[in-house]
Ligand binder design. Structure first.
Ligand code: ADP
Length: 826
């Protein structure tokens, strides 16, 4: 449970207990004030009846004494005849009642109920409204005592009266009944204090339940018998819960007997009246308590609601934090966030996987510098303290820059790239990316790509070699055929075969060159050469083609061109062949100009510039930038029309760049193109001797060459026939063997002037056979040996010479080259 939720429950419990306590206290308060109110009412009732009884007793005693004394009043007025002087008696009675304020009339009655005398004249005349039998029963009492009538209405005054009667013995066995008439209202006045007591009803009753008076007055009930007469009990004067004497509502009732037993005085205070104040107070207390409870509950509910929202927000926060933690945990990179005061805030598991030595150090609030200090010990454990210090300073400096980046190599050789960024609140977030895997994958991919490329180059090289061998045979045979007597038609066919074969050979040579370039194995053969002669040679070879197309092909050169330069004339020829060839190919009318210029360079060097301009179709601006790319041709329709592989310019550029020069082009579509080559070359002084002469085929050898005996070692049957035919044509004798073993044997068996040795042969190859011959004991070991090879590579030539060969002739053999090499070595 999250803290706001817990607090929510505590608040709910607190509110519950608090409200319960407040209500309980309110109820207890109300109960105790009820008790107090009832006690007070009880006391009031008891107090009242005690004092009311005292005053009633006094009054009744006064009346009783007055009644009892009437015999003394009678005696002076007794006439001798036994009758009384009524007049005198009446005045005597009047005098008597004037001394008692309560008594309105005092009447003396005979036993038969007639009036003997009365203080008031009307009572003597009309008699008293006493109930029948009242007088008789009073007179019949064995001992005289006070008898009290129910309230009765006086005929004359129409007032309610209570009559108090007492028999009076006159002596001689005669009795009169003295009756005092007291207005009920006056009796009631004795209880008048009751009116001051809130809700109290005071009653004066006879023990048979007849109501004499009540305060406040209940006239309808006066003289009536009230339910539950009080005479049966022995009243204690203590107030008790009982039905009120009038109305019967629950009440506190206190009852007390008066001195004159038949009378009882009762005080009833209805519970409701006794509790009226309390009820009001209770309403107030309960209302206040409820209001208070309501307020507390409201406050509690508000707090509960508020905390609920807080809890919800907190849960939401927890959820997003969990999400964030999961996201951080599943990050492939390490991550560390520091606050604006450079203290650690958060990091992810990957961070510790990269820097495991920080596991025991890292914690929220740890200064970043502490991590760096621990890190330097793990990364540079053996470094001098000042080096370590320098490292820490550098690391901290990067940390404080706006956009820090650095690379780190861990002790286990993993390479980490770290990028640091400042957060908007001034913190720093760093992402650590382990590039080891990526770099290794890249290296692997590079190695694989290079291997694949090498395999491709190897394949191209071997394929072109394989194609070249039979092609050489075709061209060689064709060359031989052209030296024989042919009909014009046969000659045309044979020449067609030669031109197609040569196109094919050029293409294959291009592919071979390209694969050499790609394998980085293109090498130059640096010799002395005459630039003018070299260019001239190419121009004159192509002049035939220009003439055939009706184009003017002209060459011009600036004066002062050094005649002896050092460079690779055969590769330069290849480039010029390509450039002038293209110019002729893509020009249908007009001219092609070849211009040679030069400018001196520091040292004994010169920059040779050859430009080839034509008035051909030109090259559009879109094609120009990719002109020197492999297999790149202008628009495909011209390419189809003119043929070509799209390799010529690419190879030319590679060659020129290998020579340290550059090749450039300018062209306007429809107007013409101009290609220019500039080459820095070394100038040879006339006295200097070049270590090696240009190996270009010289002019056709003199037919006066003496005949030689030549041993040919060649495994390919067609080539065997070709070489033999060529040697025959040159006037030499030849024997042919098919491998190295036979060559070694045959060279000893007959007397030869020269061996033409193929390199690639089954069994013993040319190099091994040469070595074997060179170790022979006799003079045969000195026989000149010429290597014949299709892969005319410079480094291979060196290897053949090192094996003991004297010279080298490249395949495809042609008559001129073959004659030249034979002449050179013999
Ligand atoms: P290709 O063997 O196809 O001639 P190159 O590499 O020698 O290959 O030339 C590439 C392309 O450059 C050609 O196909 C042609 O479209 C364009 N090109 C080369 N030289 C010229 C030129 N002198 N005039 C017009 N277009 C040329």
């Amino acid at each position: 449970m999250n803290p706001p939720k817990r607090v929510q429950w505590i608040i709910a419990a607190f509110v519950g207990v608090f409200v319960g306590t407040v209500l309980a206290a309110a109820i207890a308060l109300v109960n105790s004030s009820e008790r107090e109110a009832l006690d007070a009412a009880r006391q009031r009732a008891e107090h009242f009846i005690a004092s009311a009884e005292a005053s009633l007793n006094r009054t009744l005693l006064g009346i009783d004494v007055m009644l009892a004394g009437t015999d003394l009043l009678l005696k002076p007025h007794l006439l001798p005849n036994g009758t009384h002087d009524v007049t005198g008696l009446q005045s005597q009675l009047r005098t008597t009642i004037s001394q008692n304020l309560l008594v309105r009339d005092l009447v003396l009655m005979r036993p038969d109920g007639t009036v003997l005398a009365g203080a008031q004249p009307d009572s003597a005349r009309l008699g008293l409204p006493l109930p029948p039998g009242f007088v008789a029963s009073a007179m019949a009492l064995p001992s005289p005592q006070l008898v009290i009538s129910p309230p009765l209405v006086n005929f004359v005054t129409a007032e309610r009266m209570v009559y108090f009667a007492r028999p009076v013995d006159l002596g001689g066995g005669s009795r009169v009944l003295a009756v005092a008439e007291v207005p009920a209202a006056l009796v009631a006045s004795l209880l008048s204090q009751a009116a001051d007591i809130e809700g109290m009803v005071a009653t004066l009753e006879r023990d048979d339940g007849v109501l004499l008076v009540s305060v406040p007055p209940h006239d309808a009930l006066v003289g009536q018998r009230l339910p539950l007469p009080l005479g049966d009990e022995t009243p204690s004067g203590h107030a008790q819960r009982a039905p009120a004497r009038i109305g019967g509502a629950p009440a506190l009732v206190a009852v007390r007997p008066v001195l004159y037993r038949p009378l009882l005085i009762a005080a009833s205070i209805p519970i409701d009246a006794a509790l009226e104040d309390v009820h009001e107070q209770r309403r107030f207390v309960i209302a206040a308590a409820l209001l208070f409870a309501l307020m507390v509950t409201g406050a509690g509910a508000f707090a509960h609601w508020h905390l609920g929202r807080l809890a919800q927000a907190r849960a939401e926060l927890d959820r997003s934090k969990t999400m964030l933690d999961h996201a951080l945990a599943s990050m492939a990179d390490g991550m560390l966030l520091c606050d604006a005061s450079d203290r650690v805030v958060v990091w992810n598991p990957r961070f510790l996987a990269i820097y495991p030595w920080l596991k025991d150090v890292i914690a929220p609030g740890v200064p970043f510098e502490r991590l760096v200090l621990v890190g330097v010990n793990a990364l540079l454990p053996d470094a001098a303290p000042e080096d370590q210090q320098g490292w820490v300073q550098r690391r901290m400096a990067i940390h404080r820059t706006e956009d820090g980046r650095f690379e780190q190599t861990l002790p286990d050789n993993r390479v980490i790239h770290a990028i640091e960024r400042h957060t908007p609140d001034g913190g720093v977030i760093t992402v650590y990316h382990d590039v080891t895997a990526t770099e290794r994958a890249l290296e692997r991919a590079k190695a694989e790509a290079e291997a694949a490329n090498k395999a491709k180059s190897r394949f191209l090289a071997s394929m072109s070699h394989e194609i070249r061998t039979p092609l050489n045979a075709v061209l060689g045979m064709n060359g031989l055929m052209l030296t024989t007597a042919l009909t014009p038609e046969q000659r045309r066919y044979a020449e067609l075969i030669r031109s197609s074969g040569q196109t094919l050979l050029t293409l294959i040579n291009d592919i071979l060159d390209l694969s050499k370039v790609e394998a980085g194995r293109m090498e130059l053969e640096i010799v002395e050469f005459d630039p003018l002669a070299t260019v001239n040679e190419v121009v004159s070879l192509l002049a035939v083609r220009a003439e055939a197309k009706g184009l003017a092909l002209q060459m011009s050169s600036a004066p002062g061109l050094p005649p002896r330069l050092r460079g690779d004339p055969s590769r330069l020829r290849q480039v010029l062949f390509n450039l002038i060839g293209n110019a002729l190919k893509f020009t249908s009318e007009g001219r092609v100009d070849v211009e040679l210029t030069h400018r001196p360079l520091p040292g004994r060097r010169v920059e040779l510039m050859i430009s080839v301009s034509d008035t051909g179709i030109g090259i559009d601006a879109e094609t120009l930038p990719r002109l020197f790319r492999h297999f790149s041709q202008g628009d495909s329709s011209t390419a189809r029309r003119h043929g070509g592989s799209g390799l010529g310019l690419a190879i030319s550029q590679e060659i020129i760049e290998l020579m340290g020069g550059r090749i450039e082009v300018q062209s306007t579509p429809g107007v013409g193109s101009s290609f220019s080559v500039s080459l820095p070359l070394e100038v040879l002084q006339p006295a200097e001797e070049s270590p090696q002469a240009d190996g270009s085929p010289g002019p056709e050898p003199a037919q006066s060459q003496p005949a030689r005996r030549i041993l040919v070692a060649e495994d390919n049957g067609v080539n065997q026939i070709l070489i033999k035919a060529m040697l025959d044509h040159l006037g030499h004798y030849s024997d042919v063997v098919a491998d190295g073993f036979e060559a070694v044997r045959q060279v000893q068996a007959a007397n030869y002037d020269l061996v033409l040795m193929d390199i690639q042969m089954p069994g013993m190859d040319g190099v091994a056979a040469t070595r074997a011959i060179r170790t022979l004991p006799n003079s045969v070991s000195h026989i000149p040996i010429v290597a014949m090879t299709a892969n005319a590579m410079v480094e291979e030539r060196a290897a053949y010479l090192a094996a003991g060969m004297n010279d080298h002739v490249a395949k495809p053999l042609d008559l001129g080259r073959l004659a030249a090499v034979i002449q050179r070595v013999s």
